[in-house]
Design a protein around this ligand. Sequence first.
Ligand SMILES: Cc1ncc(COP(=O)(O)O)c(C=O)c1O
Length: 351
Amino acid sequence: MEAFEGVLDSGYFILGPEVEAFEREVASYLGTPHAIGVSSGTDALVVALMASGVGPGDEVICPAFTFFASAGSIARVGAVPVFIDSEEDRFNLDLEGADELITERTKAIMPVHLFGRGAAMGHVNDFAKKHSLVVIEDTAQSLGASIATQKCGTMGDFGIYSFFPSKNLGGFGDGGLVSCADDEKAELVRRLRNHGMFPKYYHSKVGGNFRIDALQAALLRKKLPKLDSYGRGRAENATYYLHEFSDLDPARVTLPLAGTAEEGVIWNQFTLKVHGERDRLQAYLLENQVGCEIYYPVPLHKQECFAHLPAVELPVAEKLACEVLSIPVYAELGEERRQRVVAVVKSFFKS
Ligand SMILES: Cc1ncc(COP(=O)(O)O)c(C=O)c1O
């Protein structure tokens, strides 16, 4: 409340000192020179694509098994999403055979760090270098995740993050952020965030209104120092589930991989793969008041809005869409509720 009152008294409601302080604090948390607060994770993707010069006719490689915004943002700047399959065990993009996707119009690649687990950035960066591609890391679900000692979102040209309330650092509305190491690119993102304006009322580029509110930044500044402890709470729940579910029949359900120390998973989701009876398990959990969600039931290459694109077969993405079910893993879940989740899941698999 004190932070909110500070914003109300300041009269700075959009951008301004609170946002600048938040940006400095996130940049320092990520260990990267620039963090630019924007209006949502989706807008962060759009503005990063715009700052990369991606536009009509260009192609951008991205996974089909992800939230819609990854590919939607590519289409929004007039470019074409070129879908790639995913790894069955890590849920992230699989670069096997990716050379064949390259054309003279391929401009960028968008690895998505899905469910709080880092994508294989070493391979992505080697591939991008080989084909001179911009790398935009969709880190909407993975702020705080790392690979070795480096935070996800800081290994490519741009990282984008979301503060949608269900994210590990959740706001009380929409919000997002772009990180980048390059001074000029960061300045371009800052300008594009505000209609490409510099100086005031002069526009050398067309941007948009991608600004973040000061109240949002004030809340997120209070929560940022607790982000790693929220992550530990999620990891503790995940470890508990992995232990409690270790005796479930692997022919019926596959548990997510436990993160290694090298990986630094932040467990945005705890996602089961249920073989052949996913929808029945979902109905059973809901009947028993256990929240659960299918992230994501339709892979993006099968979405109606992309039906005009050349048909591709992505067997892993298609299989995952039929098998995945995420159960509650948020830090505040508590002993009693997680025990109940375990009991209900186990009772389903007893039958
Ligand atoms: C992988 C991924 N990309 C992008 C976004 C977009 O973020 P936002 O909802 O803040 O626009 C989300 C969040 O919902 C997401 O999960």
